[in-house]
Structure formats: C-alpha cells, structure tokens
Design a protein around this ligand. Structure first.
Ligand SMILES: Cc1cc2nc3c(=O)[nH]c(=O)nc-3n(C[C@H](O)[C@H](O)[C@H](O)COP(=O)(O)OP(=O)(O)OC[C@H]3O[C@@H](n4cnc5c(N)ncnc54)[C@H](O)[C@@H]3O)c2cc1C
Length: 380
C-alpha cells in the first residue's frame, strides 16, 4: 500500500498533523520510534493552546496564574495573569493522548525508528531500523521528528542553526519542596544560565527544575547543579533528562513534496524556549496545506508562508529581547526590574496566552521605553 502522507515522529507536531490529515480522508501513517518515549520537557503550555486543541482537563495537572521572576541579585518580582494561566502537562501522557487521537481519526500509527528515506517514482520509501516495520511507501512526507530530525538530514533540508541544550531534573514533593508547588519561578541569573534562564515548574506529584544554555558553550550539568544548590534543595532527583532546543527556524522548511514541522523545522521561540504551541500550530498549518496540495495542487510552500506571516514578528521580538537582555547579569538585573511594571506584565501575558501581539497605546509604549532606559543606565 502507498500512503498519501507519512508523518515521521509522534510528538505533538506529528500527532496533530496526522489527526488532521486522516480526518480529511487522506491515508496517513504516523511513525514513532518509541511509544514509551518521555520527551525531556517542562510541559508548560498556554491557555490558548488548551482551548484551540481542546486538551482534556485531566491532562492539565496544574493551572498556574502566578509567576516569580528572580534577578541575579535575588530581587523577586511577583507577576500575575488575571486573564488566564499556564497549564502544566506531563509529556508522556500528553503525547500518548495526541497519538491516540490521531489513531481515532483514522491514521495508522506504527512504532519504528526511521533510518532512511529514498525517492521512488512519485513519492518516497521509508525504512526503519532492523526493518521493524516493513518499508513504507508514501506520496508525501511530514518530518516531525524533533531537533535532530532524520527526515531533514535524509531530504537535505538546510541545517537547524541555533541549538540550546537544556537539562531538567524531577524531584518528588517532600515537606521542604512542597512550598514550590503552586507557583512558576523563572531565574535570570548568569550562574544558573549565562545565556538563557532557569525554571521551576510544579507538576501534580513532582517539581521540575531545569536550565538551558547555548549548545557546547557551557557545562549544562554544572549549571543545573548550581541552580539546585542556589534554590536550596538537597533532595535527590528521581529523574535527570536533557535534550536540545532548536531556537531558530531553518532557512527553509518546505520542499516540493515534503515539509518539516515543530522542532524538526526549528520552531521554538528564542528567549522563552517555547516549542509545544508552535509544534502543534505548525503541525496543524502543515497538515492543512498538505490537504490543499493533494486535493487541489496548491504548493506546499503556502504552509511556510502562512507560518512566517503569523509568527515571524514574535520570533523576531523574542530574539531581540534575548540578544538585548540575556548577555550579562547587569542586563538581566534591568530586565527583571522592568518586569515589575503592570503594563509590561499585561503585554507579556496577553501575547503568551494567545500569541497575539496587541500593540500598547502610545503613552504606555513611552512609559515602558523610559523605564527601560532608566534601568539600563542604573543597572537594576
Ligand atoms: C528540557 C526542555 C524543556 C522544555 N520545556 C518546554 C516547555 O515548558 N514548554 C514548551 O512549550 N516547550 C518546551 N520545550 C520544547 C518542547 O519540548 C518542544 O518544542 C516540543 O516537544 C516539540 O514537539 P515536536 O513534536 O516538534 O518534537 P518532539 O516532541 O521532539 O517529538 C519528536 C518525536 O519524534 C520521534 N522521533 C525522533 N526521531 C525519530 C525517527 N528517526 N523515527 C521515528 N520517530 C522519531 C521522537 O521519539 C518524538 O516522539 C522544552 C524542551 C526541552 C529540551
């Protein structure tokens, strides 16, 4: 049998794409290397995503509308989200749920590690390691296989340029850790991360603590150790996990007969490392473009154009923010000070929750600009 579309990778981007394709009546196979995969991830998702993809309440372990931002000197700013919350999901459950949804929609879901892809006639032949799955034929491919995408390599897409390595440890709640169970903490501190940030994310039965740094520049294990020490936790984690975060879209993530979505395409925003929303949105936009392409002959490039039209300003804005404030502790100190402003908090959370850039009024822009200048000069 030849499938209309093979989706490679059964994380959020691939599972969402496969469900949409199958629902539209296209024969679809979703290939996931390991059904028990536990993707290293903080699992923080915005309310807008929960609403759009109708994520069941039981998957959202915590709904957190309070956050603390902490500066290198220990200044703590309380931030509140009156109009929404950050949802905390656990990836092993979340990804499994999305794959079951894809299967329910009619996709064939198979377990196998894709090791090679070759062109064949009008389409492709996909081979898995040790031929765990017999070679699969498909007219089109969606590569959803994460930051180290085999699909991208095999089909010669331009490289994923900027990768951060991130590490996270999970701690069971104990009396000393329980106090972190209701609030998100973000640490901007060079000792914790010289070019990214550290996070404390509470889940239902554990606390996830993690940090990231640009790949190869610093020792991630040493940064993580220092972070846990600075928080004051002496308990032993029950799980250590680490993975790369690709924080820059590839130069191109569309070809004539194949597209990349999610991390495979490099669709994680700079500054905050948010990838689940963009994985699921790109999975959706990619699948919709694929349906139009196969049914009406429109080019797959439309997917990339649409994605960039919607989200390029957000990627650009966050890239500028990271370049401006994450370079040293003096700048980080100013950044946290600016977070105390109510309008800064409102704009930040409105754009986080629904990914809509709502321009602030002129006086508000002027006020924020002046505060920026003040704190940058003062260094606090
Ligand atoms: C430590 C850490 C913390 C993070 N925290 C957050 C957070 O709190 N919020 C947020 O929004 N984002 C976070 N991210 C980013 C987020 O995890 C990713 O952006 C998101 O998982 C991307 O989804 P995806 O479906 O594109 O790729 P992935 O989730 O990586 O899924 C890819 C899938 O493909 C499979 N696969 C890989 N290779 C093959 C192959 N050859 N054959 C078959 N299958 C294959 C994998 O098993 C996997 O299931 C974090 C990342 C890290 C590393």
């Amino acid at each position: 049998m030849r499938y209309d579309v093979a989706v490679i990778g059964g994380g959020p981007s691939g599972a969402v794409a496969a469900a949409i394709l199958a629902k539209a009546g296209l024969s679809t196979v979703l290939i996931e290397r390991n059904f028990d995969n536990v993707k290293p991830c903080g699992g923080a998702i915005p309310l807008g995503l929960i609403e759009e993809f109708k994520i069941p309440a039981e998957l959202v372990e915590k709904k957190l509308s309070r956050m603390k931002a902490r500066s290198p000197k220990g200044r703590v700013i309380d931030m509140n989200m009156p109009n929404g919350y950050v949802g905390m999901v656990r990836r092993e459950k979340f990804d499994r749920y999305l794959r079951v949804e894809a299967e329910r929609a009619g996709a064939v879901v198979v377990e196998g590690l894709v090791k090679s892809i070759s062109h064949s006639g009008e389409g492709f032949v996909i081979n898995t390691l040790n031929d765990k799955v017999p070679p699969l034929r498909a007219s089109r491919i969606i590569g959803a296989d994460g930051a180290n995408s085999k699909t991208a390599d095999e089909l010669h897409f331009p490289p994923n340029e900027l990768k951060v390595i991130a590490m996270q440890q999970r701690f069971k709640y104990t009396p000393s850790i329980q106090k972190f169970s209701d609030i998100v903490e973000i640490w901007f501190d060079g000792e914790v991360s010289p070019d990214f940030y550290g996070w404390i994310f509470p889940k239902a039965d554990h606390l996830a603590i993690g940090t990231g740094t640009e790949d190869h520049k610093h020792n991630i294990k040493a940064l993580q150790k220092r972070f846990v020490e600075k928080i004051g936790i002496t308990d032993t984690p029950y799980l250590d996990e680490a993975a790369k975060i690709p924080m820059k879209p590839r130069k191109s993530f569309t070809q004539e007969k194949a597209i990349l979505v999610g991390d495979a395409a490099g669709l994680v925003t700079p500054a905050n490392g948010e990838g689940i929303f963009f994985a699921m949105r790109s999975g959706k936009l990619g699948a919709l473009a694929m349906i139009e392409h196969l049914k009406h002959g429109t080019p797959l490039k439309n997917y990339e154009k649409e994605f960039r039209k919607l989200y390029a300003p957000i990627f650009f804005g966050l890239e500028v923010l990271q370049a401006a404030y994450y370079r040293n502790d003096r700048l980080r100190e100013s950044f946290v000070a600016i977070c105390a402003d109510d309008d800064v908090q409102r704009i930040t959370f409105d754009s986080y929750l629904y990914k809509k850039m709502i321009p602030a009024s002129w006086p508000v822009q002027m006020k924020i600009f002046s505060k920026n200048v003040y704190h940058l000069i003062k260094g606090s």
